[in-house]
Design a protein. Structure first.
Length: 564
């Protein structure tokens, strides 16, 4: 069936293929254009995104590292200042041993004026007893701290001052201890103050970069000392334990199935590490994308895709116009071929017409009363049979001509190639070959499978090539060899003549429309051009090999296919 697409005001030539065929062409064009233009752009965009994301990630890591380092340095300075605050008290020449309760209250007031993180203050004698105390836990006065680790470390003169990890102690509430020891009047004395972790966190939250990150302090053993409620509580085991070496760095860790990037910096004044991690880990699919880049890239990709769709539609329309033109050329070539065959066909039709005329005249004479033949009806039967046979001979000839010249649908089905060739040589060209002194030599392969093709169109190609071979022999005795071959899953048909051949310049133009080497009035220049289009539409190829004076060989190749 021919499929048409009617346009207003235009009488279109029928399309030789279905709309499904053209949809397939459009799909292939979209894929080809997408692969050529859009796919490289997408790959390039992904590459630049990866590079951009890598740079941004590295920049974030450096920024996180800088925040951790700055906060650790600030916290070191803060703790050093707290140590100085206590040291200034015990190093005062007027320091009383032991201090009076009022003096201890004064000392606490001085410390809290310097920093709100101070909770209380206590004075310890050589026995480890807290001899004097000022603060919210008066029950701690007279308590024995001699077995406490921090006091033992000071007593053994291992250090002159100490900052402990967070612990509960006698008060059963998390706190830090900052203590300094001195020898006063030949007596070992210790001045100790405690700091509130919550006040410490409030201080940390005021540091530079604190709004961008969650900051926490972790001991060497991996316990939170100061931490935001968003990620933990004091004395809870930290999910992040930084390495001891190097003292400053950026690491990645898996926590709860998610990757977390954190920066750390070990403090100089205490065995703590300050950890900084992003306040909100963006783990979405577009986490590393810049919104502007996404918008611009998406707009460009959509625009190019729309252009591709439009261009594909244009290419399909161009293909339809090409197919319409080719269909017209094929039909014109058929008509031209019939015109070239007219002389031989007329001769072949004239023979049965002459028989009909002679038999009719003879029967008329036999039935003439003046001749007095007295012939019976039985004697007329042989003459009527001759007329009947000649009529059917004419009918067969005209059917072949009409079947060849009529516009037909694309009829793709299995065909015996040899039968198609014989149909052209014996059926259409039989009489012409008989009087042209040209021998047809058939060299058929024995293992040739059936070919899925349009038999009528392939026969037109064969007829065009054989007619060209006949014209190339130029009325002299000659031969046309038709050979078939099955090779590498391809069917090959070669048609060779020993005619005049062609030069290089002629061979470059033979498939161009309206180019002909024949004399004016003998050829239209459409035969080989149309044949080339037909073979291409049938998924085959056509090649020519010729030398001037050495004959010409056309080779048609079709791949074996189950369906069209």
């Amino acid at each position: 069936m021919f499929f048409t697409r009617k346009k207003k005001g235009q009488d279109d030539w029928p399309l030789p293929f279905s709309e499904a065929h053209y949809r397939d062409i459009r799909r292939k064009n979209v894929i080809r254009l997408f692969s050529t233009y859009l796919a490289p752009l997408i790959i390039l965009a992904i590459f630049f995104h990866v590079q951009y994301n890598s740079i941004m990630t590295e920049g974030k890591r450096f920024h996180l590292r800088a925040i951790a380092e700055n906060q650790a340095n600030t916290l070191d300075l803060f703790l050093s200042e707290r140590l100085v605050n206590i040291s200034n008290l015990i190093d005062d020449p007027n320091f009383q041993v032991p201090p009076s309760p009022q003096t201890m209250e004064d000392y606490l007031g001085i410390l809290q004026k310097n920093s709100e993180t101070f909770v209380d203050i206590g004075y310890f004698d050589a026995s480890g007893i807290q001899a004097a105390y000022a603060g919210p836990y008066p029950s701690l006065e007279k308590r024995n701290y001699s077995s406490e680790a921090w006091y033992t470390a000071l007593k053994k003169d291992q250090v002159k001052h100490i900052i402990t990890d967070i612990y509960l102690g006698f008060r059963q509430k998390p706190h830090f201890t900052i203590a300094v020891s001195r020898i006063i009047n030949n007596q070992f004395t210790v001045l100790r103050a405690t700091l509130d972790p919550e006040k410490m966190y409030e201080y940390i939250s005021t540091l530079e970069g604190s709004q961008e990150v969650y900051s926490s302090i972790v001991s060497k053993e991996g316990y939170y000392q100061v931490v935001t409620p968003h990620i933990g509580t004091p004395l809870e085991t930290s999910s992040i334990v930084p390495p001891l070496e190097p003292g400053l760095g950026v690491e990645d860790v898996e926590v709860g199935g998610s990757s977390i990037t954190f920066a750390y910096s070990w403090l100089q004044t205490a065995d703590w590490a300050l950890i900084a991690q992003q306040a909100q880990e963006n783990t979405g699919i577009f986490s590393g994308f810049n919104p502007k880049i996404i918008g611009i890239s998406a707009a460009v990709i959509i625009l190019i895709f729309l252009i591709i769709l439009n261009r594909s539609a244009q290419l399909v329309e161009m293909q339809k116009e090409t197919d319409r033109t080719r269909a017209q050329l094929e039909h014109a070539a058929k008509l031209a071929s019939i015109g070239e065959l007219a002389a031989g066909i007329a001769h072949e039709i004239n023979n049965p017409l002459a028989i009909i005329s002679e038999e009719a005249g003879l029967m008329k004479d036999l039935m003439d009363p003046e001749l007095a033949q007295n012939i019976s009806n039985q004697e007329l039967i042989p003459h009527l049979d001759n007329i009947h046979e000649s009529v059917f001979r004419c009918r067969d000839i005209t059917r072949k001509l009409l079947g060849f010249v009529r516009k037909t649908d694309m009829d793709m089905r299995p065909h015996d190639v040899h039968q198609l060739i014989d149909g052209v040589v014996d059926g259409i060209l039989g009489s012409e070959m008989a009087v042209s002194n040209i021998e047809i030599i058939r060299d058929y392969a024995g293992d040739l499978p059936k070919l899925v093709t349009d038999g009528n169109q392939l026969q037109q190609v064969l007829l065009n090539i054989i007619n060209n071979g006949v014209d190339a022999i130029e009325g002299k005795p000659g031969e046309i060899r038709i050979k078939t071959l099955f090779q590498k899953n391809n069917i090959k048909i070669s048609i060779s003549d020993n005619g005049c051949g062609m030069g290089t310049e002629q061979m470059e133009k033979i498939f161009m429309p309206f180019y002909t080497t024949k004399e004016v009035g003998r050829g239209t220049g459409l035969g080989l051009s149309v044949s080339y289009g037909i073979i291409k539409s049938l998924k085959g190829t056509i090649e020519v090999d010729s030398t001037a004076g050495g004959g010409t060989t056309f080779t048609i190749t079709f791949p074996i296919q189950e369906k069209y």
